[in-house]
Design a protein around this ligand. Structure first.
Ligand code: ZN
Length: 132
């Protein structure tokens, strides 16, 4: 069966991939498992398919920084980026949507457009304060 979901241009979800050999979770999707070197075959035809694990929900802020040197095309003076840890132990980086984050605070994952090319939106992580 062919999975067309990866080609859907408007699917605001981000997945980690689980190695079928050793169970290591990785994000972004690697071509080779960093733990056991098993190969990921996006077609699932030659090597066994890697299970997709939906990332999101609550996470913990491990560290953050302000980035002032922004690429052309940004109107903001700076952006705030952070590294978070999900409940399953995976870490990811993304944009923080608050001005004064604190290391260790709990955040809520959002998926948003993080990069726009002509005719191509790339979805990635943003993190915001959890809803009360
Ligand atoms: Zn592995």
């Amino acid at each position: 069966m062919i999975d067309f979901s990866e080609y859907s241009p408007k699917k605001p979800e981000v997945y980690a991939y689980k190695c079928p050999e050793c169970g290591t979770l990785d994000y972004p999707a690697p071509m080779i498992c960093k733990n056991c070197s098993a190969r990921r075959d996006p077609s699932g035809e030659i090597f066994s398919a890697w299970e997709k694990v939906l990332l999101g929900g609550r996470c913990k802020l491990l560290g953050w920084t302000r980035v002032y040197a922004l690429p052309e095309g940004y109107d903001e003076k700076y952006l705030v980026f952070g590294i978070v840890e999900f409940k399953n132990g995976l870490r990811a980086s993304g944009r923080l949507l608050m001005d004064n984050p604190r290391t260790g605070m709990e955040l809520e994952t959002k998926i948003g457009i993080v990069r726009e090319k002509v005719g191509e939106d790339v979805y990635g992580f943003m993190f915001d304060l959890p809803k009360k």
